[in-house]
Design a protein around this ligand. Structure first.
Ligand code: DGL
Length: 271
C-alpha cells in the first residue's frame, strides 16, 4: 500500500483527459495535477525550452511527494521523457508515446497509421519511431496541427462549428489520402475533438486516445507493484495551474466531465 498521490502534468488542460480516466479506474487514489497554463502551449517551442519547462513541472510534482508521474503531454513525452525520468530518480515516470504506439500497432489491419500532434512532437519523430519498433513495415503519416490546441482551449470542440471543422478538414486531409485505418491523437488535447475527428475520418478508423491508454497502464502498474492507496473510493484531487485564466473552470469541466473548480489552486511553478 502507498498513500502518496499520483502526479500528472501537462502544459495546460489536455492532461485532464488522462485524469478523467484515472478517476474512473482508480477512484481511491489522490491525484495532484499541474497544468502549466501560464506557459501553454509548449508545442511550438524549441526542444531546449520544452526540456526546461518539463523539469520545472517534474520538480513541482516531486515536492508534492508523488509516487508516480504521468506525463500527460505529447510534447513533453516525445521530447523530454529521458530527462524527466532522470529528474524523478526512483519515482516511476510514464509518458504517452510508447503506449499509444503499441495500441496503434495492435489495432491496425492495413499497417497504415496516422499521427497528429503538436509541431514539436511531430518534429521529434517519436511516435513514428515507436510505431515502427512494434510494426517495422508500418506506413506512418504524421501531421502537425498547431491550431488545434488554442481552439480546444477556447472550447471550440463541437462538430459543425465552422472554425474547427475547417481546420480539422485541412489537417486530416493527408490522413484520408493515405488511407490510414488507425489514427493516434498524439496530443492530450485532441480527444476533446473526438467527435469532430470521427465525423471527418469516419467510423471505421480507430482513434487512439493517449491519456486513456496511459491511465490504464498506470492503474495496472500500481496494482502489480502493490502501490495503490488501499481505499476503494474517495481519493482527493488537487489541480494546480500557473495562470488563473477566467475560462479555466468551464474548459476544465469539459475535459474532466465534472466540475473541478473547488479543487483548483493558482500557483507559482517554483513553489
Ligand atoms: N497537451 C499538449 C500535448 O499533449 C499540447 C499543448 C501544447 O502545445 O502545449 O502535446
Amino acid at each position: 500500500m502507498d498513500s502518496r498521490p499520483i502526479g500528472v502534468f501537462d502544459s495546460g488542460l489536455g492532461g485532464l483527459t488522462a485524469v478523467r480516466k484515472l478517476l474512473e479506474v482508480l477512484p481511491g487514489e489522490d491525484i495532484v495535477y499541474l497544468g502549466d497554463t501560464g506557459r501553454v502551449p509548449y508545442g511550438g517551442k524549441s526542444r531546449e525550452t520544452i526540456l526546461r519547462y518539463a523539469i520545472d513541472d517534474t520538480e513541482f510534482l516531486m515536492r508534492r511527494n508523488v509516487k508516480s508521474i504521468l506525463i500527460a503531454c505529447g510534447t513533453v513525452s516525445s521530447n523530454a521523457l529521458r530527462e524527466v525520468q532522470e529528474a524523478a530518480g526512483a519515482i516511476p515516470v510514464t509518458g504517452i508515446v510508447e503506449l499509444s504506439a503499441r495500441k496503434a500497432a495492435n489495432s491496425t489491419r492495413s499497417g497504415k497509421i496516422g499521427v497528429i500532434a503538436t509541431a514539436a512532437t511531430i518534429r521529434s519523430g517519436a511516435f513514428g519511431n515507436a510505431v515502427r519498433r512494434y510494426l517495422p513495415d508500418a506506413s506512418v503519416t504524421e501531421k502537425a496541427c498547431p491550431l488545434f490546441v488554442p481552439l480546444v482551449e477556447d472550447g471550440r470542440i463541437h462538430p459543425g462549428e465552422p472554425l474547427i471543422e475547417l481546420c480539422a478538414r485541412e489537417y486530416l486531409a493527408p490522413m484520408q489520402e493515405a488511407g490510414v485505418d488507425t489514427l493516434i491523437l498524439g496530443c492530450t488535447h485532441y480527444p476533446l475533438l473526438l467527435d469532430v475527428i470521427r465525423g471527418i475520418m469516419g467510423p471505421d478508423v480507430t482513434l487512439v486516445n493517449p491519456g486513456e491508454e496511459t491511465a490504464l497502464y498506470i492503474s495496472r502498474e500500481l496494482t502489480a507493484r502493490n502501490m495503490l492507496s488501499g481505499r476503494s473510493d474517495g481519493g482527493s484531487q488537487q489541480y494546480f495551474i500557473t495562470d488563473n485564466s477566467e475560462k479555466f473552470g468551464s474548459v476544465a469541466s469539459l475535459f474532466l466531465g465534472r466540475d473541478a473548480g473547488q479543487f483548483v489552486t493558482h500557483t507559482d511553478i517554483t513553489e
